[in-house]
Design a protein around this ligand. Structure first.
Ligand code: FES
Ligand SMILES: [Fe+2]
Length: 347
């Protein structure tokens, strides 16, 4: 069922939480980050070691040797077996301990945890929670990163994931923080529509006859005035797609389409992997990357959110936030995630 949320419906006033939903699929890596070599990354506060087998299958194991807890990512690959760098325990791709030094009997408890993993569209998804709940049908369907001309990256963020979710669900900040790239006065002035469909949240804003921001002028050749629509699709708790259409004002054709994607993956309670990507509906050219000012945009947000994180932590005042109409998307996002956390905590 789909409902339109009005300000009066919004009850989530919990502030920017640092709780982590464990029973969810998270973007753990872009496919090109994982090779036949050990790669360490903490996802949802679970240390993981990733690698590909010789045949190319991606694997994620707990990055903690069951013997003396040495990080397995500091070991070596012997074919497809991961060998601990401290005393040489060997594990297969399921985390089963295949051998230990000095004895033929391998203790059953010497196995290491393996995480459910799905690779699709150039994305590697992992499930850090209860494996029995890892339903692959719940992974956000985001084909554009491999089917459209795209560029991707990952930027560390020293701030809790909820601050980045707030930021992305309220694009009015573009007018102020990203004025030299994608911002224009109309973004902050145009009201939004918010809609919820289960754990998917939509926030829509349509602008007509408005200024063409510098990055869009560069990527499309358009000049002001333009029609510009931003349709945010947020798959709680962690994946975000901004469906963008821009066109010469009044042009009813397809216009220029792009999908701006973010995997907002908690690393720890107060640090985040900011996976970002931009995908454009233009012919692929293997010799050229599409123009993208997204990395600058990401860095502008990073600077703002890291300052905010430090400020929140150092503020002992506990004065409640004030919210306005533009916050409806962000507040609803907080409420959906708070419900997920509550459900998990209640068992
Ligand atoms: S800590 Fe890994 S084998 Fe001893
Ligand atoms: Fe931003």
């Amino acid at each position: 069922m789909s409902i339109i949320e009005r300000p009066a419906d919004i009850i989530a006033k919990t502030g920017p939480s640092d709780a982590i939903v464990k029973n969810a699929w998270y973007l753990g890596a872009w496919s090109d980050e994982i090779t036949h070599a050990l790669f360490a990354r903490r996802i949802a506060d679970e240390p993981m070691v990733f690698y590909r087998t010789e045949e190319g299958t991606a694997v994620a194991l707990a990055d903690r040797c069951p013997h003396r807890k040495f990080p397995l990512s500091a070991g070596t690959l012997e074919g497809d077996l991961l060998q601990c760098g401290y005393h040489g325990f060997r594990f297969d791709t399921n985390g089963t301990c295949m051998s230990v030094p000095g004895q033929t009997k391998v203790p059953l408890s010497a196995n290491v945890r393996s995480f459910p993993l799905v690779e699709q569209f150039g994305q590697i998804w992992v499930f850090p929670g209860d494996p029995a709940l890892a339903d692959a049908a719940k992974i956000p369907h985001v084909p554009w990163t491999s089917e459209w001309w795209s560029t991707t990256g990952c930027e560390p963020l020293n701030a809790r994931a909820s601050l980045l979710i707030d930021n992305l669900l309220d694009l009015s900040h573009e007018t102020y923080i990203h004025a030299s790239g994608i911002g224009s006065p109309e973004v902050a002035e145009t009201p939004i529509e918010v809609e919820r469909d289960g754990d998917v949240l939509w926030v829509r804003r349509k602008m007509f006859g408005v200024e063409c921001p510098p990055n869009y002028a560069k990527s499309t050749g358009l000049a002001s005035p333009i029609d510009r629509s931003q349709e945010i699709q947020f798959f709680a708790p962690s994946f975000y797609v901004l469906h963008v259409r821009i066109a010469k004002a009044g042009d009813t054709g397809p216009g220029f389409l792009s999908k701006v994607v973010y995997g907002i993956t908690p690393e720890t309670a107060r640090t985040t992997h900011n996976f970002y990507g931009i995908c454009r509906d233009v012919p692929r050219d293997p010799n050229q990357k599409p123009f993208s000012g997204q990395r600058n945009t990401v860095r502008e947000d990073t600077e703002c959110l890291e300052l905010l994180e430090r400020w929140i932590v150092s503020d002992s005042d506990n004065v409640p936030e004030v919210s306005i109409g533009i916050d409806r998307g962000g507040l609803l996002g907080r409420r959906i995630i708070a419900d997920m956390v509550r459900k998990e905590t209640a068992g």
